[in-house]
Design a protein around this ligand. Structure first.
Ligand code: HH2
Length: 257
C-alpha cells in the first residue's frame, strides 16, 4: 500500500503533493513501483495535528482519487469522516482506511455497510492531538487485540461483512517506542483474530528513537520493520517508499522460498 498524502502538514512529506496534479503523478509512480493499493489522505494524523474540515478534506482528495482511479492500483481513502468516504467511494475508492476504527463519525459504519466497502480498523489510544502524551498499557498486545476484536464486532453489528474487515495495530498512534516494538514482535497474536493485518511503520518516529535519524532518513528502518512484519504475517504494508520496500520483500521471500 503506497501512501499519497494530499496535505500541507504530513510528518514526512507534507506539502509535496498538495497540488492534485503532483499527487496524481506521485500515485502513478507508486503504482509503477508495484503498489497494489494507493492510500489517499487529506488530513494529517501526526501527533499534535489539528483537525481539518470535511469540505477541505474533500477538496483535497476527490480530484486525486478520480485521477488515480483505473490507473492500476486499488484505491483506499484515509479518512474518519463519512462525507469524505462517501465522495471517495463515488470517485473510485473501494477501501476506507479509518484510523478511528469507525468511532469518529456515527455515519461511517452504516455507509461502509451500504456501499460494500472494505474497511481498515486501526487501533489508536486517544486522539492525534494528544495521543503521544504518556501512553500507558498493562500488556499493549493484549489490549490492542481486545480493542480490535471489539471493533470487528461493532463493524459486523453495523452490517459490514466480516470478510471485508482488515485490522491495524496503529504503529505510533498513542504508543511509546517500546510499545511499537512489542506489537511488531508479537504480530502473531493479532493474526489469531483471523483478519488481514495492515502495518504502517514507514518513516515513523520509533525508528528515529532507535538510531536518532530524522524522518527523511528512515528508509533502512522502514525496510527492516516492514520485512520483519511481513515475516510475522502482515498482509499489507503501508509505506511511502514502495519500490525499495517491494524489492526488499521480493528478495526476502526468495530467500525464504
Ligand atoms: N499511519 C499514518 C496515517 N494513516 N493508517 C493506517 N491504517 N495505519 C497507519 O499506520 C497509518 C495510517 C501516518 O502516516 P502518514 O500518512 O505518512 O502521516 P500523516 O498522518 O502525518 O499524514
Amino acid at each position: 500500500m503506497g501512501v499519497v498524502n494530499v496535505t500541507p502538514d504530513s510528518f514526512s512529506d507534507g506539502g509535496l503533493y498538495l497540488d492534485p496534479e503532483m499527487a496524481i503523478a506521485h500515485g502513478r509512480e507508486l503504482t509503477q513501483a508495484g503498489a497494489e493499493i494507493l492510500d489517499v489522505g487529506g488530513e494529517s494524523t501526526r501527533p499534535g495535528a489539528e483537525p481539518v474540515s470535511a469540505e477541505e478534506e474533500l477538496r483535497r482528495v476527490v480530484p486525486v482519487i478520480r485521477g488515480l482511479s483505473g490507473a492500476g492500483s486499488r484505491i483506499s481513502v484515509d479518512t474518519s469522516k463519512a462525507a469524505v468516504a462517501a465522495a471517495a467511494l463515488d470517485a473510485g475508492a473501494e477501501i476506507v482506511n479509518d484510523v478511528t476504527a469507525l468511532r469518529g463519525d456515527p455515519e461511517m459504519a452504516p455507509l461502509c455497510a451500504e456501499r460494500g466497502a472494505t474497511v481498515v480498523l486501526m487501533h489508536m489510544l486517544g486522539e492525534p492531538r494528544t495521543m503521544q502524551v504518556d501512553p500507558r498499557y498493562g500488556d499493549v498486545v493484549v489490549e490492542v487485540k481486545a480493542f480490535l476484536a471489539e471493533r470487528i464486532e461493532a463493524a459486523v453489528a453495523a452490517g459490514i461483512e466480516a470478510e471485508r474487515v482488515w485490522l491495524d495495530p496503529g504503529i505510533g498512534f498513542g504508543k511509546t517506542g517500546a510499545h511499537n516494538m512489542e506489537l511488531l514482535r508479537r504480530l502473531g497474536e493479532l493474526r489469531e483474530l483471523g483478519r488481514p493485518l495492515v502495518i504502517g511503520t514507514s518513516r515513523k518516529s520509533f525508528i528515529g528513537k532507535v538510531d536518532g535519524s530524522a524522518a527523511d532518513q528512515r528508509l533502512g528502518g522502514t525496510i527492516a520493520s516492514s520485512v520483519l512484519a511481513a515475516a510475522e504475517g502482515a498482509d499489507v504494508l503501508r509505506v511511502h517508499d514502495v519500490a525499495e520496500v517491494r524489492q526488499a520483500l521480493t528478495v526476502a521471500a526468495a530467500i525464504l522460498g
